[in-house]
Design a protein around this ligand. Structure first.
Ligand code: SF4
Ligand code: SF4
Length: 499
């Protein structure tokens, strides 16, 4: 059960399109600041440095010089307003600083002041602003009220990507010693131990052994969960939440059952026991690369032929879009398979080839909808056709369930709403933001539930699953209505009686 709310919960059915603009309604919301040890362990100053202002201005210049995209985003907004009501955090909170254009402007004003001629000489005329401590505080608050979901960019006629602006702002703040505890502490754990949880190899081995016993007891099938097996064909890199959290763990069981039934040889690595890469959220290329390199090292060490990612949205974005740049080339892998593959692609292929025996009636007690996760939907693809990231998971779900129904079309696919906890915001110090930011998705879930008596919402992202487990009860749903796609697949697999 969620603990009693200490803030008003938005009412479903009343948010679109008449959100009342309430200035500064979320000005009190900010995540815990990273402690010196969290900062220093990932290469940043422990506290706000003395000359922070000049260093921040220089860093902004460096980022703009190195990223043509960022420069275009900061230069090209025409204030058309198309993005203003597209952000779930604005829709859920009414704080005008959560309008994407206003969020961008927090950085844009400073950029104009120091890096444009008009801003240097006529700052007031062009909305340029000095970088002050007050501005830095606003950056810290409102760049941590952006889940970097990229929904606003879909509606911007210039394709301005607020997520990139938010990442740049966070990188600048880290550089001057004002980082976020949640993300930075986690990245430090991955560097040291290999996963977000700080789960050491013996604990991981114990967990996997326990899962083998559970599946044998529940299904009578001797499914293995191999760890550090040299010479396995597939390295599975999955979010560490899959090793212990609900409903994630049922997804991991589902992957293992798929591999087992298809006769595929696979392993998990204790060195790369984390698919998540929070380096993305803080905009730090160096940290993102260091985390990604563990996957390359594990693949080489174990001598695998393929790399498959489990259900994790931003991990798939990093994997699909950046893994080769960060840690490639992967010319030592089997060239018949893309690097990396998503577990949904693997399962989809196996279903197409008739190598999995599924009985969807096994899930007849469920009526299912699907939440497209932002980073999968708007920052990656699956399969070999455009839009595969939308069709493949739905094909898999339809093969595993007889009762599947989509939410309203303006809330799925490319237009999907964030769960409210992405982008490094999945922390209890931001629970109010998370609950309010989930409002549009909860509204869509309510609509489809009323039309089709939906009992479960499936997802392929570890953050979405954790976030929904937390926020569903705030809106009158049950926390266990969120499930892994591969839980449904695993439950629908038909096994021959074992002799
Ligand atoms: S990227 Fe997402 S969270 Fe950030 S401003 Fe745009 S819509 Fe809002
Ligand atoms: S839609 Fe694009 S151009 Fe229009 S206000 Fe928003 S960011 Fe600026």
């Amino acid at each position: 059960m969620a603990k009693p709310p200490e803030f008003p919960i938005p009412e479903l059915g009343e948010f679109l399109p008449k959100q009342i603009v309430t200035p500064d309604s979320m000005a009190h919301s900010q995540p815990f600041v990273a402690k010196p040890e969290h900062q220093e362990s990932i290469g940043f100053p422990g506290d706000l440095i003395d000359d922070w202002q000049q260093v921040a201005i220089d860093k902004l210049g460096e980022l703009v010089d190195n990223s043509r995209g960022l420069q275009v985003y900061l230069d090209s907004c025409v204030k058309c307003g198309a993005c203003t009501d597209k952000c779930h955090y604005f829709l859920g909170t009414g704080d005008p600083k959560n309008m994407p254009v206003a969020r961008q402007d927090l950085l844009r004003k400073v950029y104009r002041r120091y890096y444009t001629l008009a801003g240097k000489y006529f700052p007031k005329l062009v909305g340029a602003e000095d970088l002050t401590l007050e501005v830095l505080d606003d950056w810290y608050k409102y760049y941590h009220q952006c889940s970097q979901c990229r929904r606003c960019s879909v509606y911007c006629p210039y394709g301005i990507d607020t997520a990139e602006v938010s990442m740049a702002a966070r990188e600048i703040m880290d550089t001057v010693g004002r980082g976020q505890k949640y993300c930075n502490e986690i990245i430090g754990k991955v560097h040291k131990i290999g996963n977000n949880l700080g789960l050491p190899e013996p604990a991981l081995a114990d967990t996997l052994e326990g899962l083998e016993e559970d599946v044998l007891e529940d299904d009578g099938v001797d499914v293995k969960f191999p760890l550090d097996v040299k010479g396995a064909d597939i390295l599975l890199v999955t979010p560490s939440a899959d090793f212990f959290a609900e409903p994630h763990i049922d997804g991991l069981i589902g992957y293992a059952k798929v591999f087992h039934q298809a006769g595929l040889s696979w392993t998990i690595s204790s060195h790369a026991s984390e698919a998540a890469n929070f380096g993305l959220f803080i905009g730090s290329y160096d940290n993102m690369q260091k985390v990604a390199m563990r996957i390359r090292e594990a693949a080489l060490e174990l001598g695998v032929k393929r790399i498959v990612f489990g259900e994790c949205g931003h991990a798939w974005r990093v994997g699909y879009s950046f893994l080769n740049t960060l840690a490639g080339p992967f010319d030592f892998l089997d060239s018949n398979y893309p690097v990396p593959q998503h577990i949904v692609e693997v399962t989809h292929d196996l279903i197409q080839q008739g190598r999995l025996k599924l009985d969807p009636s096994a899930n007849d007690d469920k009526r299912v909808t699907f939440h497209d996760s932002c980073n999968v939907a708007r920052a990656s693809r699956m399969g070999d056709k455009p839009g595969g990231q939308f069709t493949l998971p739905r094909d898999v779900l339809r093969a595993a369930c007889n009762h599947f129904y989509d939410m309203p079309s303006d809330t799925i696919g490319e237009a999907t709403f964030c769960c409210g906890g992405g982008g490094g915001l999945l922390t209890d110090d931001l629970v109010e933001l998370r609950v309010k930011g989930a409002l549009p998705r909860m509204q869509a879930l309510k609509e489809v539930s009323e039309q089709h008596q939906i009992t479960h919402m499936a997802a392929i992202c570890a953050i979405c699953k954790s976030q929904f487990s937390k926020v569903l009860p705030y809106y009158g749903f049950e926390m266990d209505q969120i499930v892994s796609v591969h839980q449904l697949v695993g439950d629908a697999l038909v096994w021959q009686p074992q002799v």
